[in-house]
Design a protein around this ligand. Sequence first.
Ligand code: ATP
Length: 325
Amino acid sequence: MISVRNLEKRYGDLRAVSELSFEVERGEIVGLLGHNGAGKTTVMKVMTGFLEPTRGTVTIGGVDVTADRIGVQRQIGYLPENAPLYPEMLVQEYLLMMAELRGIDPGDRVPAVADAVKATGLEGRLVQPISTLSKGYRQRVGLAQAILHRPDVLVLDEPTNGLDPVQIVEIRDLIRRLAQTTTVILSTHILSEIEAVCSRVVILIDGQLAADDTLAHLLSSNVVRVRVGAGAKDVPRVLAKVEGVESVKREGERGGYSEWRAICAEGVDATPAIARAALDAGWTIGGITPETPSLEQVFRDLMARHVSEARQAPKKSPSKKEVAA
Ligand code: ATP
């Protein structure tokens, strides 16, 4: 549905995005995750035809955004960061105006607004001036204008930025509902947002692709934590013999249990085999659990790897830090 290929975007000497490629399939909710200034908004502006790429291509539903910007914009609903709204307008006035600007036929505008209002739960706010709405409701108005023309793709730039915890939950529920019929790509620097809403994540660090994976895979690890009674005999030998276990490390002793980490071969879940071996050995079992890193930990590791690779890499063109200096 969305294809980004070798995308580069420069602002003068500053390379905000480089060599970025990823795909989004129909029906996916993909999170574009990155630190402040990682290039998320830039990518979204290129995807939606508001910025020209310096190099590379973006296609939406097979249409190239550079060759046919309007064709792409017809398929996309875009909620920019800090969506510009007209505060003095009533909600329904604003949405009807946006329906007109979207080129929806006059006879179809009222039904289109009614559908968008229903989908975003704005029924009780139609005749309220936008300036008097809470931030969460203003964000709903932004989402309503984004779906007026029933787009195939929703591009949401930091959709919960600045909302309180209750509003965040409401908007996330809303995005999940909208995603039942629409492909969604949303940007955020909030890790919990990704975990709450997305099935796949594209991680950007300094404008470069650092990871593109399902959450399930990113948050899986090849380590099994084993907690057995402190009196258990031969633990490293028994664990090392389990098929799929490559090495065993002792973590220490706590509360009458000794703790171990069994490092397994890539892609192997040795948990059941370890459990069987522990039972056969007659150990008292305090827990045998696959280790699950947090997304925060994954992100920190990717950052650390990126920094160390950047230190080793030969210089090609100025990085953001060099330009800033
Ligand atoms: P944030 O999470 O803070 O919104 P972001 O990941 O969306 O950040 P971008 O807004 O895409 O990042 O910015 C990427 C880099 O490009 C930053 O260093 C930013 O300062 C720079 N940048 C963005 N827009 C422009 C512009 N119009 N002119 C020059 N530099 C820009």
